[in-house]
Write a protein that binds this ligand. Structure first.
Ligand SMILES: Nc1ncnc2c1ncn2[C@@H]1O[C@H](COP(=O)(O)OP(=O)(O)OP(=O)(O)O)[C@@H](O)[C@H]1O
Length: 543
């Protein structure tokens, strides 16, 4: 079965080239991804297409016992018919004298277990993000009549795009088979459901229990049942007794409690899980940046503010490439254009309400990131300073997009793709060139080369502070006057992004939201054109 060009890898007897006897396709074996109970998993490249896969290679010698062979065959039989975006794709399988090969979708970001190892705990928005996808994949498996029986963080794989894929169906079984073989106890001991320990058999509800263990582990960093000796642990499992995670939100605690109900019939269905307040009332990011693998991510803003920022980003940075910040500085990586991702903390450093662990604003998945914040600071988690954009002016057809934060800091996303901010605490001027690292200076030491940009920033700042003062009752923010007029800029005053509030503005832009009590003005809609209450800025900003 070996190709003539194949070479033997040092230290093992696997060929570098593997040929599928059925199709004649030649694969090149790459790096070792990990070891399992029966075999090893490697990266694999189809030499004719260049497509990359993962291959599980199980030596025939390791499965001489009928039982082990049966397990591998059952895994193949179940997995090869599945196709769902949240289940690891099964490409092909074949065997030769030495091995069985399972060619799978390659998940380059390893598993959620790897992420948790690096991160210790995950934030609630992230857990919602991952769980939604896991639940989608699990719903599909259950619809196919398959019980996974080994749901755990290390079996949730992640693609390059941070999409979750349920994998390792080595212990999976069909519902009817599980019913026939009730005495079987298998799975990861900490995650075994009470009915499995009691030898009443696995059911779909046992997977729901495991989901509760997964959620608890992801949010707290440890399994709910991590006790030795085992018998004591089993007793806790039977009683559904685990340390209460007091630091979690009430919604998270309640959902965990429901998932870990000792009686299977008391556990919610997957549909009910998604309807629970943990999901319905908490923010779920649409997308996670890959940096979430090793540090707390900065989440994209929910609409409507993200819409506006995204739009402004498109106008300002038309045609400029944008890359997601990446870990590790691998070679060939274009430096990210995430504005202000390297700005020092003061601009917007606290989590926004309802977004535990967030520290910034972003323009959403596709657009350039408008990170008005510094890196997440765990110390601020306890008493986060709440900052929000109070006013903004979109003059991007000429100069750029200006914003004013609730602490008086101000910034401008300039039409040439640079970002300048005047932070108040500590007083610094921060400048982020189109590419590369941001720099900051004391106000008195701003380089002369930035004088024009400083002029624009001060112009925006002055304009927003002096001209955007009118209180407009919510729902009546339809200025109209001057729309599409001479200056063609947008301006507005906004509260922090939240559900409700804000009117649809002419031109399809919605903006606004509830304004905190401390906010002097009522949040209104952002709008294109010239608001009635806002005099036009001068044609030239003062330099
Ligand atoms: N599709 C995949 N893409 C990328 N890496 C993978 C993929 N499947 C498995 N791996 C890696 O290979 C390792 C071995 O996987 P495998 O499924 O053989 O065993 P396991 O799940 O770790 O253990 P066991 O077989 O005992 O349950 C995994 O831990 C994972 O790191």
């Amino acid at each position: 079965m070996e190709h003539s060009a194949s070479r033997r890898a040092q230290g093992d007897n696997l060929s570098y080239f593997i040929e599928d006897p059925g199709t004649g396709t030649l694969y090149r074996r790459g790096q070792l991804l990990g070891k399992g109970a029966f075999g090893r998993c490697y990266k694999l490249t189809d030499t004719s297409t260049g497509k990359v896969y993962a291959v599980k290679i199980v030596p025939q010698a390791r499965i001489t016992r009928l039982e082990s062979r049966g397990k591998v065959e059952r895994e193949i039989e179940l997995h090869c018919h599945l196709s769902h975006r949240h289940v690891v794709g099964f490409h092909r399988h074949f065997a030769d004298r030495d091995n069985i090969y399972m060619i799978l979708e390659y998940c380059s970001r390893k598993s959620l277990a790897h992420i948790l190892k690096a991160r210790k705990t995950l934030t609630e928005p992230e857990v919602r993000y991952y769980l939604r996808q896991i639940i989608a994949g699990l719903r599909y498996l259950h619809q196919q009549g398959i019980i996974h029986r080994d749901l755990k963080l290390s079996n949730f794989f992640l693609t390059k795009n941070m999409q979750v894929k349920i994998g390792d169906l080595g212990l999976a079984t069909r519902d009817e088979q599980a019913g026939r073989r009730r005495g079987v106890v298998c799975g990861t001991p900490n995650y075994l459901a009470p009915e499995v320990i009691a030898k009443k058999g696995h059911s779909f509800q046992s997977d729901i229990w495991a989901l509760g263990c997964v959620m608890y582990t992801a949010l707290t960093g440890c399994s709910p049942f991590e006790i030795t000796p085992k018998q004591e642990m089993y007793q806790c499992i039977r009683e559904g007794r685990y340390p209460t995670p007091n630091h979690l939100s009430p919604g998270a605690r309640d959902l965990i409690g429901r998932l870990l109900a000792p009686s299977p019939s008391a556990r919610p269905s997957l549909e009910e899980v998604l309807e629970h307040e943990f999901f319905s009332q908490g923010f779920t990011p649409d997308k996670l940046p890959s940096r979430a693998c090793h540090s707390v991510p900065i989440f994209a803003l929910p609409n409507p503010i993200s819409k506006l920022l995204k739009k402004a980003g498109k106008v300002l940075f038309r045609g400029l490439p944008c890359q997601e910040p990446r870990a590790g500085g691998s070679s060939g990586h274009v430096p990210p254009r995430a504005l202000g991702s390297v700005l020092p903390p003061p601009a917007l450093s606290g989590p926004l309400p309802g977004w535990p662990g967030t520290g910034g604003l972003s323009a959403g998945p596709q657009g350039p990131l408008f990170l008005l914040a510094a890196e997440y600071n765990p110390v601020q988690r306890l008493a986060p300073p709440v900052l929000w954009v109070t006013r903004w002016v979109d003059y991007s057809n000429k100069y750029g997009f200006g914003y004013l934060l609730s602490d008086g800091s101000t910034g401008a996303l300039l039409a040439d793709g640079t970002h300048l901010a005047l932070c108040l605490r500590p007083p610094r001027v921060c400048y982020c060139p189109g590419r590369g690292e941001a720099v900051s200076f004391p106000r008195s030491a701003v380089p002369a080369s930035l004088a024009t940009k400083m002029g624009t920033l001060l112009f925006f700042s002055q304009y927003m502070q002096q001209k955007l003062l009118e209180v407009r009752p919510r729902g009546r923010g339809t200025p109209g006057a001057g729309q599409g007029g001479r200056e063609n800029h947008w301006a507005g005053s906004v509260g922090y992004a939240s559900a409700g509030g804000g009117g649809e503005a002419p031109g399809g832009s919605a903006m606004g939201g509830m304004c905190p009590a401390s906010c002097a003005h009522v949040a209104g809609g952002g709008y294109k054109g010239e608001p009635r209450s806002v005099p036009s800025p001068p044609a030239q900003p003062a330099a």
